[in-house]
Write a protein that binds this ligand. Structure first.
Ligand SMILES: Cc1cc2nc3c(=O)[nH]c(=O)nc-3n(C[C@H](O)[C@H](O)[C@H](O)COP(=O)(O)O)c2cc1C
Length: 174
């Protein structure tokens, strides 16, 4: 089985998630291609038996290149079993308002692109203070103080639950 993983990222956590997901599937005998979505135009999706798309939430929205890609390629994606992994900080929360917020991000994406993924999985991302410019750093300090006062504002703080991710992949690709 050949699996395609397409990802969009801003600070790099989704690239890490895509890479680790690819490595896990390979260890389990799958052939995998991991490609950043900005370089995926012209890719023949019919070569793949399954497709995973990944993008991360920034101010309630996914990366524009992800939205553009699914808008353009939704007909081809609908022919292949597919899943969408939405990466966000809210996915690490148990607050119903946070969880409603990320469900609303997916609903907005579906309404805008008219692409409905077969499966949606919410994956917790990370604070990556080393990647933030001054303004982002200022905003993210405020968010960290509210969400996780123990989070370092100097090093990365990762919330991604790798075992949950691998568990999903094992079921989905079985
Ligand atoms: C400027 C900015 C805005 C963000 N907005 C949201 C948001 O609205 N909701 C949320 O749950 N997470 C939000 N996040 C958290 C990101 O989704 C999280 O850091 C994720 O790991 C980023 O993935 P990436 O490194 O692949 O871009 C935001 C992060 C940044 C830097």
């Amino acid at each position: 089985m050949t699996v395609l993983i397409l990802y969009a990222t801003t600070e790099g956590q989704t690239r890490k998630i895509a890479g680790r997901a690819g490595d896990h599937l390979k260890l389990n005998g799958k052939e995998v291609e991991v490609i950043q979505i900005s370089g995926a135009n012209g890719l023949d999706l019919s070569r793949f038996e399954r497709v995973i798309l990944m993008a991360s939430v920034h101010a309630g929205r996914y990366q524009p290149e992800f939205l553009a890609y699914v808008t353009l390629h939704k007909a081809q994606m609908d022919k292949v079993p597919n899943a969408f992994l939405s990466v966000s900080l809210s996915a690490a929360s148990t607050d119903p308002e946070d969880l409603e917020g990320i469900a609303a991000c997916v609903a907005k994406m579906t309404a805008e692109t008219e692409w409905s993924p077969e499966i949606v999985v919410h994956v917790a991302g990370a604070f990556r203070f080393a990647q933030y410019d001054f303004l982002k750093s200022w905003a993210m300090r405020w968010i960290a103080a509210k969400r996780d006062p123990t989070a370092s504002t100097k090093a990365d703080t990762e919330y991604t639950d790798w075992e949950a991710l691998y568990g999903f992949l094992d079921n989905w690709a079985a």
